[in-house]
Design a protein around this ligand. Structure first.
Ligand code: AP5
Length: 223
């Protein structure tokens, strides 16, 4: 299968490294990366009606209601070539809606990649994260610091800490994941689409695990 036909869902708790890997895969395979978190943050920054509605949920680390997120994805899902969905679906209702969209478009999902990591590590990663809001590139104060504090190595722009990366909000986001998103593991396992990666390993190692898993399911013919 051509990498351009790869259609991936990245599944896993906040801070597991989904965004980091989505950016790497996007560059490597020219796949379209769609992050619902980034889309919602853009709506919020632009003060669109959708962004204003989503804001209180995001501020508390709760999920934005399904109809809002599903509507946004219906408008954004690419009809051609491959894609990586980072942060969608997050509920069974969203997974069913995605399944319906893909059936309508007659394009199957290649795999749902599950990132697993321990809670203490997730908290450490999120509370130490700095992001370039323009490109989505992420750094970490300990694991992958920028050359100059607060400045992106690539475009020289300022890095910011996300408002929902405080300990209190992170704790709620992890609880919300356990309650609302964890059931998707069984959902995609039953569908025969789940592949697992150990997200406790280094960034390069996680990338290698994803490539290996995709080759194993026949989603990647090249390295
Ligand atoms: P969203 O932006 O999707 O956040 P999230 O799922 O909470 O995931 P994160 O972006 O926090 O973590 P990540 O796994 O991408 O980790 P990253 O690669 O950055 O969602 C935000 C909010 O929007 C939600 O709370 C909700 O309100 C709303 N929302 C979004 N989608 C929704 C939906 N579908 N339905 C309803 N509401 C929705 O890495 C984290 C840190 O670790 C970084 O510093 C990075 O450098 C470091 N790192 C990454 N990998 C490694 C590694 N292997 N080793 C060491 N450090 C690493």
């Amino acid at each position: 299968m051509s990498p351009f036909a790869l259609r991936l869902v990245l599944l896993g708790p906040p801070g597991a490294g989904k965004g980091t890997q989505a950016l790497l895969l996007e560059k490597r395979y020219a796949l379209r990366r769609i992050s619902t978190g980034d889309l919602l943050r853009r709506h919020r920054a632009d003060k669109t009606p959708l962004g204003m509605e989503a804001q209180p949920y995001m501020d508390h680390g709760d999920l934005v209601p399904d109809p809002i997120v599903i509507g946004m994805m219906e408008a954004d899902l690419p009809r051609e070539n491959g894609f990586i969905l980072d942060g969608f679906p997050r509920t069974i209702a969203q997974a069913n809606a995605l399944g319906e969209m893909l059936r309508r478009l007659e394009i199957p999902l290649t795999a749902a990649v599950l990132f697993s990591a321990e809670r203490e590590e997730l908290i450490r990663r999120l509370t130490g994260r700095w992001t370039n809001p323009r490109s989505g590139k992420v750094y970490h104060t300990l694991y992958s610091p920028p050359k100059v504090v607060g400045v992106d190595d690539e475009d020289g722009g300022p890095l910011v800490q996300r408002a929902d990366d405080t300990l209190e909000t992170v704790t709620n986001r992890l609880d919300v994941y356990e309650r609302d998103t964890r059931p998707l593991i069984e959902f995609y396992d039953t569908a025969g689409l789940l592949v697992r990666v150990d997200a406790m390993r280094s960034v390069d190692d996680v990338t290698a695990q994803i490539m290996q898993a995709l080759r194993a399911v026949g989603g990647l013919a090249v390295s």
